[in-house]
Design a protein around this ligand. Structure first.
Ligand SMILES: C[S@@+](CC[C@H](N)C(=O)[O-])C[C@H]1O[C@@H](n2cnc3c(N)ncnc32)[C@H](O)[C@@H]1O
Length: 287
């Protein structure tokens, strides 16, 4: 079984690496907000992957290492975490963050998740938090994680679920496309934010990669911020695909698009602040 290749992988990944290199500092600056947003789901991901004291863990698409720190804490000084990412700049921040937090059990290695520079069966577990949906060939990414873990080891990924459960992402995308004069896109297009949100797809890919005991759990993860404008500030610094779309517009046209997004996202304002609905899928499989 293979996933559709709607993108040309080499230029797609080169562009993605460039965007994440540029967005590295902005993503890292939002670490406290990201931690509040994803903290509960991250603990669930580590539980599902069976990560425990002394575990050797592969962290794929680790970004600036927020979940790497949680893993390092959980595995303890006798465990080990290898954090990998396509973007050298964001991974450099993961290394700095781990060193600053005093973890000596963390190493980093720049790597495309579809071709991991690790020996087979070296890890007890692997995780991939909000990374796999960016892979042009997520099945290949899962095959690589399957190869990296020992028999009996587990892999758990976290991705966004269906478009209707992630209305902020669909609002951003539809507004940006409309202002750029572009046609609506298939939300499940490979490499897109919602590409693995199609019900059943993640399980299917895990099984095709060789995993058994595959199971998916959906989790609500509302992004709570003071206002829609704070969410857009996060989006502006997070290598979102909408930045490329809006990059085609002149300043005034882009400002009009941002203003409409803010107005539409205002529907998620509550008396306690802004709460953007998000649903995540945690999928686990055993080697
Ligand atoms: C949304 S960030 C998530 C980072 C981190 N896991 C977190 O949750 O904070 C997505 C990350 O996926 C990485 N990425 C995208 N495609 C990749 C690939 N093919 N191989 C490895 N990393 C990739 C990006 O460089 C980026 O750091």
């Amino acid at each position: 079984m293979s996933t559709a290749q709607a993108v040309d992988p080499a230029p797609f990944k080169a562009a993605l690496r460039d965007q994440w290199d540029k967005s590295a500092a902005g993503w890292d600056d939002h670490a406290p907000q990201i931690r509040a947003w994803l903290g509960t789901a991250t603990e669930a991901m580590l539980d599902m992957a069976g990560i425990a004291p002394r575990s050797r863990v592969l962290d794929v698409a680790a970004g600036s290492g927020d979940q790497t720190l949680d893993i390092a804490q959980r595995v303890g000084p006798d465990g080990f975490v290898l954090a990998t990412d396509l973007s050298p700049a964001i991974l450099a921040l993961a290394k700095e963050n781990a060193a600053r937090a005093g973890y000596r059990n963390v190493e980093t290695r720049v790597a495309d998740g579809e071709s991991l520079p690790v020996e087979s069966a070296q890890f007890d577990a692997a995780v991939c938090r909000l990374g796999l949906m960016f892979f042009p060939d997520p099945l290949q990414g899962l095959r690589e994680m399957h190869r990296a873990v020992r028999p009996g080891g587990s892999v758990c990924s976290m991705v966004f679920s269906r478009p209707d459960r992630n209305p902020c992402i669909t609002i951003l995308m539809s507004t940006a496309l409309k202002h750029a004069g572009l046609a609506p896109r298939d939300p499940f297009q490979p490499g897109g934010l919602l590409s693995l949100g199609k019900p059943g797809l993640a399980d299917q890919l895990f099984r095709a990669a060789g995993f058994g005991d595959v199971a998916t759990t959906a989790m609500d993860a509302p992004f709570r911020l003071p206002s829609a404008r704070h969410y857009l500030d996060f989006v502006r610094t997070s290598a979102s695909p909408i930045l490329q779309i809006l990059g085609r517009l002149d300043r005034a046209a882009a400002d009009a698009a941002w203003a409409e997004m803010e107005q539409r996202l205002g529907e998620f304002a509550t008396p306690e602040g802004w709460a953007g609905p998000n649903e995540l899928l945690l999928t686990v499989g055993r080697h």
